[in-house]
Design a protein around this ligand. Sequence first.
Ligand code: SAJ
Length: 400
Amino acid sequence: MKACFMGLGYIGLPTAIIAAKHGVDVVGVDINSQVVEMTNAGHLHIVEPGMEEMLQEVVSQGKLKAYTQPQVCDAYFMVVPTPFKGNHEPDISYVEAATRAVAPLLKDGDLYVIESTSPVGTTDKMAELIFSLRPELNGKLHIAYCPERVLPGNVIYELVHNDRVIGGRDEASTDAATAFYSQFVKGTLHRTNCKTAEMCKLTENSSRDVQIAFANELSLICDKAGINVWELIRLANKHPRVNILWPGCGVGGHCIAVDPYFITADFPVESQLIAKAREINNYKAFWCAEKIENAMLKFELKHQRKPRVAMMGLAFKPDIDDLRESPAKYIVSKVMQSCHDADILVVEPNVSEHNVFKLTPYEEAYEKADIVAFLTAHAPFKSLPRRDDKIILDFCGIYK
Ligand code: SAJ
């Protein structure tokens, strides 16, 4: 079995490495020649604990080789990004480009799988594209959709142990995809059709977005009512069948803040709750920025001088260095734009340098600031002594 992974990013590269480690001959393909060179040299271009050692092992054994163009194989996996356009419409052009690239290489009996998060109907659309280019293969390929569910930082474990959903266009396709993944997945492989599998991935992340929106909405209500939202949620969760998530300064990252739009774009009439959750989570970041700006104004009126403000955290969630789609980054930028001459100290302990923000060590910023806005609940912030001489805006539950 020879498998070709189209896209060597955060998911494609680890999956290619794990498949190679389990005996599959792997061709890794990326349009970025630097990624290809680094991969072939055994250097990981992403951050993932334990993965580089495994890459070096499979490269030295000749089990994985990277190219800028696909090679003839028996199975092809589309693991490319699916971003959204300005109007929140999904952009499947990378999946389409990767499919066009492998189409000339396909032969009778091959397996074609999409792993990229995709709008419902993408697998059928790509099947039609393949058959329009290779009509003689109609009915002779195995075509399936199989999303991943891994959490960056724990990929080696989760790629192997998480359950997976395998959705073929027909039973034989589900069989073929299940046979492939069973070579390295120890979790259960759940069979379904491709549309359900596509929707399942979108549902998982939308479900989390909706639950976080509920917590964020509670935080707005509690702020107005003078109730500590952290205590409230902790108490409500004592109910045996209630499990509320935590509010924050919005929702970031490349999955939960993005995938719900793949549903709302295609089902605008039906997806009222999902759309509203996106709105609430986006609004929460705006609200936090306004809170900081108001606190700054109040301070200035009271003390007849501008406050020094510490913005604690830029990453989209605790204890990582990933700033993608980060609400914290949005808040810092918005406050800086609204208050040009403000004295703002930006803190991100997981990043050594940033091209836009000058970073200050967290203890120094906390010490010097009049107003401290906790945006990301990084572990080191929790050890800072609570100080009554500062205005503390705890948006992420440092003191929960
Ligand atoms: N957040 C809250 N309150 C909470 C939990 C999270 O405000 O109670 C915020 C975080 O601060 C962050 C955002 O939500 O801004 C997303 O964080 P996350 O940890 O929920 O998710 P991601 O984006 O790091 O990774 C998710 C994972 N999904 C879940 O944990 C349900 C991962 O399993 C998926 O594979 C990944 O999305 C993906 O690729 O879809």
